[in-house]
Design a protein around this ligand. Sequence first.
Ligand SMILES: Nc1nc2c(c(=O)[nH]1)N[C@H]1C(S)=C(S)[C@@H](COP(=O)(O)OP(=O)(O)OC[C@H]3O[C@@H](n4cnc5c(=O)[nH]c(N)nc54)[C@H](O)[C@@H]3O)O[C@H]1N2
Ligand SMILES: Nc1nc2c(c(=O)[nH]1)N[C@H]1C(S)=C(S)[C@@H](COP(=O)(O)OP(=O)(O)OC[C@H]3O[C@@H](n4cnc5c(=O)[nH]c(N)nc54)[C@H](O)[C@@H]3O)O[C@H]1N2
Ligand SMILES: [Mo]
Length: 758
Amino acid sequence: MNDRIADPWGERTPYGPGERWPVRQDQLLTVDADVEWVPTASVLHSNGDAMELAVLEGQIVGVRGRADDRVNHGRLGPKDLYGWQANHSPDRLTTPLVREGGRLVPASWDAAMDLIAAHSRELLREGPERFGFYTSGQLFLEEYYTLAVLATAGIGTPHLDGNTRLCTATAASALKASFGTDGQPGSYTDVDFCDALALWGHNVAETQTVLWSRMLDRRRGPTPPAMIAVDPRQTPVAREADVHLAVRPGTNLALVNALIRRLIDRGWYDPGYVDAHTIGFEDLQRVTADYPVERAAQICGLEPRLIEQAAEILGTCQALVSTVLQGFYQSHQATAAACQVNNVHLLRGMLGRPGAGVLQMNGQPTAQNTRETGADGDLPGMRNWANPRHVEELAELWNVDAATLPQGRPTHAMEIFRKAEEGDIRLLWISATNPAVSLPELPRIRRLLSDPALFVVVQDIFMTETAMLADVVLPAAAWGEKRGTFTNADRTVHLSEQAVQPPGQARSDLDIFCDYAARMNFRDQDGKPLIQWSTAEQAFEAWQACSAGRPCDYTDLGYERLREGGIQWGGERLYIDGRFNTDTDYCETYGQDMITGEPQDEAAHRAKNPAGRAFLHAVPYQPPPEQPDDDYPMLLTTGRTVYHFHTRTKTARVPELDRAAPRPWIEISAEDAARLAVQEGDLVRVETRRGAMEAPARIAGLRPGTLFAPFHYGYWDAGTAGPHDGPPTAANEATLTAWDPVSKQPIYKLSAARLIKA
Ligand SMILES: Nc1nc2c(c(=O)[nH]1)N[C@H]1C(S)=C(S)[C@@H](COP(=O)(O)OP(=O)(O)OC[C@H]3O[C@@H](n4cnc5c(=O)[nH]c(N)nc54)[C@H](O)[C@@H]3O)O[C@H]1N2
Ligand SMILES: Nc1nc2c(c(=O)[nH]1)N[C@H]1C(S)=C(S)[C@@H](COP(=O)(O)OP(=O)(O)OC[C@H]3O[C@@H](n4cnc5c(=O)[nH]c(N)nc54)[C@H](O)[C@@H]3O)O[C@H]1N2
Ligand SMILES: [Mo]
């Protein structure tokens, strides 16, 4: 096996259009012995790489890719190959902890859960709105669904969201806005057929290495697809692309508006498809008319020629695959810009056939399930919270009075934290996420989590920065130590089996949620327990019933079938017949104003008579909320490296990965470095209006005026929740509390900043 650190993508296996992507089975085995192989899929990105864990004497000792799985055909990326070692870290949480006299001390499960339940019962007297639940994109479907039922029907609080708000809220809102419901139209097999690939703010080479291998294999084979990359940095994707549009951060919408105008002007669209399957063409034509190439070139800081080249590829290809991710989503006007990518596909009829698909990407491994099950504040089964008949369906399914369910719009994560800060929420239950490093403006987050008036429960596998600030810490079983399913970015569902026992007293998140529901004695209308399941398979069956008849219908995807390998819900591609999920009675949203985010009502939706047609949204470009000025003349953007996952709780505990990226850094262009007399490796400090981050400078290929920092480096390895004795190293010390008005996803990619030598 070759070194997946030096070469994250491994050997090329070129193939041509319409051919099957060759198998390449990657494996890492640390013992020379007979092992048991246990099926699962990766939980360190959204690609869903199918793998098997090698088990010997109750320990994971290696991993190999599943050659027959549709997603990866045996390949594994660096985190897939090495990441499992984190499971056996000696510093896993193994016992519940409760805060006593200011310190977290070990407690029994009974003591910890009784404490939470007693506190909950007291708060419930003040009303369900005292409770906030902030979960993840990294638990299993069964766990989210259980949490959604207990929070929505048990407690009855509208304050339930996932960190998917930070991650793929825009994917969901763009899919809903254009097509009526969540759910990716496309499939990874589209890469096998396409003749053009457009990557919109997506550094797929570092963030979904196996999908990138598939794209590279097409690029090295006969008749390769053309490639467009939109990213202010020279990422590996940008270096490979035929056209690299290194936009000024925060100008995506101006770019795509100009591309669409060009498609329309040149007649590079399919009037038959547009007439039959969309609404809004005249508006789109009118709004994009204001974006001639020269104007967009000026706004985006690009050469007009490059925009024209990109438009020609988009306009003349036969089968286009687009992927969209954080460069678009973690920005202002995020949903508006992501919808314009949908528009490109709608205009050209590039949906629902081999090679023609859009992937409004996911990031986290199980983010799709957070959204489907309603643990992200949407209603389970892609139901519409504003549709009383959808709410009634859930009330019937759960056998509860619909009036006891939360009414009105669910609370998004950024608002949940504000309510916690203001004392409206008094119990905040955080599962499988580390907001003390991943939310914007960390000094504020640490302050609010430390407030003694807020009771904080943290459910994690390690002592994180967030756990250090908790009142109760619950030790969870990790992936490989529990059973469950999850769904990747192209709707492929995998069953992940339990390979080993959790350490110490750690319990699965499903067990913990069920335990809480039992202690709280949540009942249905007939006095039966609200949550009538305890195993993963039973929870899955309950979910199957909930999903029946909805777009994400899992009824034919039982555990038995999933044992054979990953299966997509909804089939290989959605919208094959050009009929979308926009019927007023079926859709997941009645729509929102694309500028203010204000929800529209049912009457307004009905009046448009969408009848299965997709919406072409048209939105003028606006400049970002923070612009460079005299005090803060640069723009700081943030993101990822191939070797680390988020706040490094797993990847820093893996020697190969940690050695590859042990410390933070700040990327600066050669021009800016020369101007500021910064040398490679100099300790520099990025300051914004909120805070600062310090790290060695790395001179890199990115737009002059732009800085880039990875957001992976918090403080848990120093044993502190924040930068107490050392320099601030978390990028989110400096980011901005602001979000896209439609999806409510925070704007991590845009802060006015200055750089000084530290
Ligand atoms: N190795 C690794 N892989 C991961 C993860 C990880 O932590 N590490 N996390 C997973 C998760 S949860 C997610 S959400 C995905 C994220 O995957 P990506 O979205 O691919 O990752 P990012 O690095 O956040 O951002 C992508 C790119 O956006 C660019 N960008 C910044 N500003 C702009 C802009 O204004 N316009 C445009 N067009 N581009 C801009 C950045 O330069 C960056 O290269 O990765 C998943 N995979
Ligand atoms: N500046 C900046 N900030 C960002 C981003 C950015 O690009 N720039 N990206 C945002 C995005 S897209 C994302 S997804 C978020 C990620 O932000 P977080 O969700 O905060 O990041 P993680 O480190 O993945 O946190 C997951 C936690 O769950 C724990 N965990 C893992 N498995 C389990 C389990 O089975 N059970 C339990 N109970 N716990 C478990 C891990 O130990 C870890 O502490 O960060 C966001 N923040
Ligand atoms: Mo994410």
